[in-house]
Design a protein around this ligand. Structure first.
Ligand code: ADP
Ligand code: ZN
Length: 542
């Protein structure tokens, strides 16, 4: 490097090497710490595992060393605060936390250290930060020039569009109002435009410098398979590719977590359940075991994960569809934080689409909110239905352009596609005929996927007899396609919003968008459904 570094950068590098033992900054870390040490504001968007902590810990150490006082870190998670303070303790940096896990005596000891200017970093839960007591302490530090920096971790919690919204984060704008001269750094791993704009507005970060890191996690291999028999598929995936590895399996409900963990144990896979319905002791015990022991599989709801820094998680599997791409990205991002090859694997089927749409429709939220949620779900469904590079789509969602990655299912095994337009039209007309026939006969007008497929394939079931559906012009027009392929067609139609599944039984109805397909104005492409699960060869870890 021919030009000598600025004094700020030189100081930061010394801390990086001497305190943390690292030889070089990663990605944008150097520019970020320089901005913040020099007193500027920063908004940092960096993927999980990217190294966000050092972005405020190094400025905290440099500023404290320069007599500029303490860095107050706002963090929503007690477990995370404890980990961070423990790690700082090990490298000899005076740090502490204030949260509900402390007794009164411990808390007042921390407060004494804080007011005496002895702490380099103080981690605080947002609800405590905004108490009159804590605000008064900050005033006192500020008057003496000892309030050095605010770091707002997990800044997306301020956004209602995100999945981790926390009411208390809304109050954090008060920091800037009361202490306008104290620099702030806000950090998050969630990066869609909506959330980003929300963070800037609600935390009044209009003048902050924005640092957007690449969200690519090249060592993670993305795979999304059509659900055939989820358990068989999962077991095959684990046995073929991750025998003895640590992994996380996300399920959509507590019940499914329990059942899946028990079943995996029966199959000889060392699995533990984790969800918010377990008592705190069990949760902590399972979490500790997962972190300490090797090769455990955690079966969990999304209650598990935020702030869990286990570097060697080799796979993250989803048995149910997450709510949106941010959720999918964050959850899968817990795999391979050590940079070694890891898998993000998901099964997905018609039931997921129906379920997620219904969750949004039935929620008591405002229409505007539901509209945004539907848009986010559609983006995730498009990712799931994609037959081109998953990573290109994932990164595009976060505003990043890229080329085919060579490390996702679609790149590695390009799927054959077929023109599903005719099949889609047959299914749509059959749904249309059901309604028409129902009106004429004063019978039910809509039916679920199973019956629709029976009618399309011309199966003379009891239900077909009962409703006289053998007489429909669409009876048997789809006998040429196997049942699994029809399920895929319906899933695509629901995913694309041409059909909605309504009510308790998921009966199918056409949307306005279906017309364009019926009229032949839109053509549809689908991947040829995978053959039923069979053995896959063990693949090397390149
Ligand atoms: P994030 O909070 O963005 O998920 P962390 O701050 O936990 O990420 O960092 C992830 C891992 O990377 C940690 O183990 C951390 O010590 C390591 N790390 C961060 N920056 C560097 C660096 N410049 N050099 C080497 N390792 C780093
Ligand atoms: Zn790819």
């Amino acid at each position: 490097d021919p030009t000598p570094p600025s004094p700020t950068v030189a100081a930061a590098r010394r801390v990086l090497a001497e305190v943390f033992g690292y030889g070089a900054f990663r990605g944008q870390q150097q520019d970020i710490v320089e901005q913040v040490i020099d007193g500027g504001d920063a908004l940092v968007l960096m993927p999980t595992g990217g190294g966000k902590s050092l972005c405020y810990q190094i400025p905290a150490i440099v500023r404290h060393g320069g007599g500029q006082g303490v860095t107050v870190v706002v963090s929503p998670l007690i477990a995370l605060m404890q980990d961070q303070v423990g790690a700082l303790d090990e490298v000899g940096v005076p740090a502490a936390f204030l949260n509900s896990s402390l007794g009164a005596q411990e808390a007042s000891a921390v407060e004494r250290d804080l007011l005496a200017g002895r702490l380099t970093l103080l981690y605080v839960a947002p609800e405590r930060l905004l108490t009159p007591r804590f605000l008064a302490m900050m005033e006192s530090l500020h008057e003496r020039g000892l309030l050095g920096l605010f770091a707002i971790d997990e800044a997306h919690c301020v956004s209602q569009w995100g999945h981790d919204f926390r009411e208390e984060y809304l109050g954090l704008s008060a920091l800037h109002e009361r202490f306008p001269a104290v620099p702030r750094i806000a950090l998050t791993a969630t990066a869609d435009d909506h959330t980003r704009a929300d963070i800037v507005e609600r935390l009044q970060l209009q003048d902050a410098r924005l640092f957007v890191s690449s969200f690519d996690r090249p060592n993670i291999r993305y795979t999304i398979v059509e659900r055939d028999n989820a358990r068989t598929q999962l077991l095959r995936f684990i046995r073929d590719e991750h025998e003895g590895d640590a992994g996380v399996i996300y399920c959509g409900s507590r019940k499914k977590v329990e059942e899946t963990a028990a079943w995996l144990q029966d199959e000889g896979v060392p699995a533990l359940p984790y969800h918010a319905g377990l008592d705190a002791g069990t949760r902590k015990y399972h979490q500790d075991r997962f972190l300490r022991e090797e090769g455990l599989v955690m079966v969990a709801t999304i209650a598990f994960g935020m702030g869990i820094d286990k570097p060697d998680v080799r796979f993250v599997a989803h048995l149910d569809l997450p709510k949106n791409i941010e959720g999918y990205y964050q959850e899968t991002g817990r795999a391979g934080r050590d940079g070694q090859p890891a898998d993000a694997w998901m099964t997905y089927g018609l039931a997921d689409v129906v379920h997620q749409r219904r969750m949004i429709d039935d929620s008591p939220a405002a229409d505007e909110f539901k509209r945004v949620q539907r848009g986010k779900l559609d983006a995730l469904l498009a990712l799931a239905e994609a037959h081109d590079c998953r990573r290109v789509r994932l990164l595009a969602y976060f505003g990043e352009a890229s080329g085919p990655c060579g490390n996702c299912d679609n790149c590695l095994h390009p799927p054959t596609t077929w023109d599903s337009t005719d099949a889609a039209r047959k299914a749509l007309s059959c749904i249309y005929r059901f309604a028409q026939h129902g009106r004429e006969t004063q019978g039910p007008r809509s039916f679920g996927a199973v019956h629709l497929i029976d009618v399309l394939r011309g199966k003379p079931t009891d239900k077909v007899g009962q409703y006289g559906h053998a007489g429909l012009s669409t009876f048997g027009i789809g006998a040429d396609l196997p049942e699994a392929q029809w399920r895929a067609v319906l899933r695509q139609l629901v995913a694309l919003g041409h059909v909605v599944a309504e009510g308790e039984y998921g009966t199918l109805a056409l949307t306005d968008a279906a017309r364009a397909v019926l009229r032949g104005e839109v053509r549809l492409q689908m991947r040829v459904p995978a053959a039923p699960v069979r053995g896959r060869s063990k693949r090397g870890r390149a």
